[in-house]
Design a protein around this ligand. Structure first.
Ligand SMILES: Nc1ncnc2c1ncn2[C@@H]1O[C@H](COP(=O)(O)OP(=O)(O)OP(=O)(O)O)[C@@H](O)[C@H]1O
Ligand SMILES: [Mg+2]
Length: 391
């Protein structure tokens, strides 16, 4: 790639996807991204936490001919193992307890687009078999069905695990590993590209300053030097948090080495003693309270709370989906628990009718269909059992 084309590409990735960096390591990854993006190849993105796997996956999709079709991101580690397969491939009504209606899986929803399988190392072996089949033939079946569905979906997978090691441990299928590994994009840890730190600081600082309505006055050279010596286990995410904290607390004023030192010192203290420091700072009058630490901790709590809120929201959605089934089960229990020894056929019939009507919120048509009788017969039986006022 010519120098001019490279500069233009870097600018585009910065503007559109917030991907910053000019170090040889990140430029190599960006060049790979530009090469594979327009193709349909499966890509495996690896890298420590916070190195940009998510942003790279989105950029690959955004720069591909599929950009107008869906990009579906699935965190394989966040979905319970028992649900992952049905989430990915869908299920037919009644495929398992709780499958109250037919549902399309992510692969069907993403048809024509891209599916991003984040934390692929967490995928159960059984699901890996199905994934391999989709990768090889574009085919799969919904749970509870034998009908083969064909889709055209590009797969991007990511992990911060060592998949080769997982293969040796028998936790990841070797054939799937080779299939995914055909195009492997590795994102370097921040500590291996310290020359990008000034650019990243500038970028994050300017953004946060704009957000809080202030001007960023820059950072001292010795502060940058300190940042370049740090280990950055949380990589870019950690750097971004630090810059956002310092710019917010200082209202944009120039960041000094002292500011950075104070923060980095906190980072080196193991988690439990950090809590202790905060605790004693709040109680001991003699100790000045470290606002940077308090603020940083609050930001972390806020981030964790919003992640938790997101997870709870998703859970609530799932429960809402399952609710009709749970309440139907309950109402059936009510009906059947009146006199457990009463097995007369007509009593059984009456109870089944009540249960079916409750299950379908009083819809006679649906209840009749579920009972396998005509609506007219149901109407007659409602009269017979004096149920017309109830339903
Ligand atoms: N090259 C980059 N330039 C600027 N910001 C970046 C870059 N890479 C990542 N970031 C930012 O760093 C943060 C973490 O990135 P991302 O979520 O993509 O990491 P990840 O590798 O997916 O992490 P995890 O393994 O924890 O999921 C995000 O805020 C992202 O915008
Ligand atoms: Mg990620």
């Amino acid at each position: 790639m010519s120098q001019q084309a490279k500069t233009a590409a870097l600018r585009l990735l910065q503007l559109r996807y917030g991907i910053i960096g000019e170090s040889p390591a990140i430029v190599e990854a960006i060049e790979q991204l530009l090469q594979v993006a327009p193709t349909d190849l499966t890509v495996l993105i690896t890298g420590e936490t916070g190195t940009g796997k998510d942003v790279f996956a989105r950029a690959i999709h955004g720069l591909s001919p599929r950009r107008k079709a869906p990009f579906i991101s699935v965190n394989c580690g966040a979905i319970p193992e028992t649900l992952l397969e049905s989430e990915l491939f869908g299920h037919e009504k009644g495929a398992f307890t709780g499958a109250v209606e037919q549902r399309k899986g992510f692969f069907e929803v993403a048809d024509g687009g891209t599916i991003f399988l984040d934390e692929i190392g967490e995928m159960p072996l059984g699901t890996q078999v199905k994934l391999l089949r989709v990768l090889e033939s574009g085919e799969f079946t919904r749970l509870g069905s034998t009908k083969v569905i064909t889709v055209n979906v590009r797969v991007i997978a990511a992990t911060n695990r060592d998949l080769a090691y997982e293969v040796r441990q028998g936790m990841f299928r070797e054939d799937l590993y080779y299939r995914l590994n055909a195009v492997h994009l590795h994102l370097p840890p921040l500590r291996k590209r310290p020359e990008d730190i000034p650019l990243l600081v500038e970028y994050f600082a300017a953004k946060v300053a704009e957000r809080i309505g202030t001007t960023y006055e820059g950072i001292d050279d010795d502060a940058i030097f300190l940042l370049q010596q740090h280990n950055w286990r949380g990589n870019i995410r950690e750097l971004r948090n630090l810059v956002e904290t310092l710019v917010t607390i200082g209202h944009g004023r120039r960041i000094t080495a002292e500011d950075v030192r104070r923060y980095l010192k906190r980072e080196e203290i193991p988690e439990p003693s950090r809590a202790l420091v905060l605790h004693s700072a709040a109680h001991a009058q003699a100790q000045p309270i470290d606002l940077a630490l308090v603020y940083h901790t609050l930001l972390q709590i806020q981030a964790e709370m919003s992640a938790l809120r997101g997870a709870l929201g998703a859970l609530a959605e799932r429960i809402a989906q399952w609710q009709p089934m749970i309440s139907a089960q309950r109402s059936e229990d009510d009906v059947f628990s009146r006199d457990p020894d009463d097995f007369r056929l007509d009593e059984m019939e009456r109870r089944l009718i009540v249960a079916a009507l409750k299950r379908f919120n009083g819809s006679r048509r649906s209840a009749a269909r579920a009972l396998g009788i005509s609506e007219r017969t149901l109407y007659r039986k409602l009269h017979e059992y004096n149920l017309t006022e109830m339903f």
